[in-house]
Design a protein around this ligand. Structure first.
Ligand SMILES: Nc1ncnc2c1ncn2[C@@H]1O[C@H](COP(=O)(O)OP(=O)(O)OP(=O)(O)O)[C@@H](O)[C@H]1O
Length: 254
């Protein structure tokens, strides 16, 4: 279980930190292994900040993060290293996750090396992971600028799957991809959640996708969670005007 308890993030935004922005305001939720939890809300409400807090890319201003029962909030970067593999994040712009000077294979191999996987096992493991992520092996020696956005995202997934994470934060993972590639990657993620019991925090503007993907949904407004429920309940019976408007705006853009 990944648990965030009363998590806040305040950004100090000008000289001497005199201006401040409360991006996340005392948010609590639990994510079970194998569960896909959606996070929706208007632009700027704090979704990405919350995702980054969950994987400790940002240090919270208050509250606690528990990973499988262990309080990891105050662990140093070195102490957190053993947990880092358990919780991974995938961003909207896949190219930002890969070094442009590395081939796709170099980036994947770097994960194998971090995991101290013997060289003799690299090829078999690569074939297995690339197959899962639908990454064609004939493009593996190319650089990120020589492949499509969908192929980069598949390479990112191959790399991330190598860590066998228990939890994955997905921050708009397919919004830059065309619709057919998007559908394949979403299917793949759902299969992974179910078969490998991976818990996923799925951040998206696309409420249709959230409805199709998620078991439960959190609705965020101005740094707080204002509504929470099963995907069916949230979308068929929204209880706040804010969520009504989000749903209506989403239909208008389709
Ligand atoms: N490093 C930062 N310094 C100062 N303010 C920040 C920083 N990062 C985010 N913010 C502010 O915190 C608020 C929440 O930002 P965040 O990116 O989490 O929103 P979001 O819901 O993910 O938005 P979007 O859907 O547009 O990506 C915004 O007002 C943003 O301007």
């Amino acid at each position: 279980m990944l648990e965030l308890a009363g998590i806040s993030k305040i950004f100090r935004t000008c000289f001497m930190g005199r201006n401040q922005k409360v991006a996340v305001d005392c948010v609590s939720f639990r994510l079970k292994e194998g569960e896909i939890l959606g996070l929706v809300g208007e632009s700027g409400c704090g979704k990405s900040t919350l995702g980054r807090l969950a994987v400790r890319l940002l240090q919270p201003s208050g509250g606690c993060i528990f990973l499988d029962g262990k309080d990891v909030t105050e662990l140093s970067e070195r102490q957190f290293r053993e947990y880092r593999q358990k919780i991974q994040i995938i961003f909207q712009h896949p190219e930002s996750a890969l070094d442009p000077h590395f081939t796709l294979m170099d980036s994947i191999r770097e994960a194998f090396n971090r995991l101290s996987i013997p060289k003799s096992e690299h090829q078999t493991l690569l074939e297995q992971l690339a197959d899962e992520a639908n990454l064609p092996l004939d493009i593996i020696d190319r650089y990120p600028n020589q492949v499509s956005g969908g192929e980069i995202q598949r390479a990112v997934l191959t790399r991330v799957f190598a860590f066998k994470p228990s939890y994955l934060v997905l921050d708009e993972p397919t919004s830059m991809l065309d619709v057919s590639v998007q559908a394949h990657i979403l299917q793949l993620l759902k299969k992974k959640a179910r078969e490998d019991n991976m818990g996923m925090l799925f951040i998206s503007h696309d409420l249709e996708v959230v409805r199709a993907m998620c078991d439960r949904v959190l609705v965020m407004k101005e740094g707080r969670i204002i509504e929470e429920g099963t995907a069916d309940k949230i979308f068929t019976d929204p209880s706040t005007p804010y969520l009504h408007k989000l749903i209506a705006d989403c239909h208008d853009t389709i």
